[in-house]
Ligand binder design. Structure first.
Ligand code: SF4
Length: 306
């Protein structure tokens, strides 16, 4: 009995883990307002949303439960009212929508509108527009949808494939990482030193705040948990940013994805979340991490089953 007690004392100990939340994390005002408007309009009558309102499965399920339909294309809309997401859309798509006799509810984020105005100004002033972003992303399609000529770049190779233009006007998808955007702007400048290059920084403030808060948090953490949808661009950018400052980064969609073995001998767990992640999803992830912390753990590195 004494041997058994001594063995348990030697084998198990309590690790004190601190959960460090990034100073800015989770849902931005643009997404929050868009969801609130969608729910409000769904109460008033049948509603179709053009594309994903947010790239978060939890939110999408909640909208579906309210009877809201998502259509990828105007041809598939069957309700009299159509909602344009926070990502915005082009004037051409809006004109087509109105021509179909649909009532349009626009939830375009004001900061996406800023990006639209920046791109329109560049085109009006004779710049060949280059967008830093994901070519097929709904926001990028909206930003470029009224242009006849443009380029979209995301990697160094994309810059190498650009053609020369006397005037190059560069803007970014609002959720791109600022460091990456600056790097690509510098690369474009180096590649075309003769061109008149104008860069308008359209990365939105909430994205910048979440990125810089993630750097501060990840620099102090032994392991980082990033909460957000798998297809959320800004969540994936947060993962990449955190991975530059912390060797152990895990992307989870919900608390069910948390694995106890990630926290072996960990003192500080960093926590951040993308701009489409609801507060309650983040809270449940944090609660799950604390649940892991509350269990005795094997010093040899094997976490007790939860
Ligand atoms: S990420 Fe930025 S631009 Fe996009 S909805 Fe949120 S605040 Fe608006």
């Amino acid at each position: 009995m004494l041997y058994f007690t001594l063995q348990r004392t030697l084998c198990y100990t309590w690790f004190r883990m601190r959960v460090l939340r990034a100073a800015h994390l989770g849902m931005c005002f643009g997404v929050r307002d868009a969801i609130a408007l969608a729910l409000e309009h769904a109460d008033a009558g049948p509603l179709t949303i053009l594309g994903d309102l947010v790239h978060n499965p939890t939110v999408l399920s909640a909208l579906e439960a309210k009877g809201i339909v998502v259509a990828r294309d105007l041809a598939h809309v069957r309700t009299p009212t159509l909602m344009v997401t926070a990502h915005g859309t082009s004037e051409r798509i809006l004109a087509r929508t109105r021509a179909l006799g649909l009532t349009v509810v626009e939830t375009t984020c004001p900061l996406v509108r800023v990006a639209h105005r920046a791109v329109a100004a560049l085109a009006r002033e004779g710049y060949h527009v280059v967008i830093i972003g994901q070519r097929d992303h709904v926001e990028v399609r909206g930003l470029t949808g009224d242009l006849d000529h443009f380029d979209v770049v995301l990697e160094d190779d994309d810059v190498l494939a650009l053609n020369e233009h006397p005037r190059l006007g560069v803007a970014a998808q609002t959720t791109q990482a600022v460091e990456k955007v600056r790097h690509l702007v510098d690369l474009i400048r180096q590649r075309f030193p003769q061109s008149d290059l104008r860069f308008l920084d359209t990365v939105c403030r909430p994205t910048k705040e979440r990125q810089s808060a993630a750097v501060e948090m990840a620099s102090q953490a032994d392991v980082v948990i990033v909460v957000g949808g798998r297809s959320s661009n800004n969540t994936r950018e947060l993962v990449k940013t955190c991975a530059r400052y912390c060797a152990r980064v895990h992307h989870v969609q919900t608390d069910a994805d948390i694995r106890p073995e990630w926290f072996d001998a960990v003192k500080v767990v960093g926590l951040t979340a993308g701009t489409s992640t609801p507060d309650d999803v983040i809270d449940r992830v944090e609660a799950r991490i604390r649940q892991v912390e509350a269990w005795p753990r094997n010093v040899a590195g094997v976490a007790k089953d939860l």
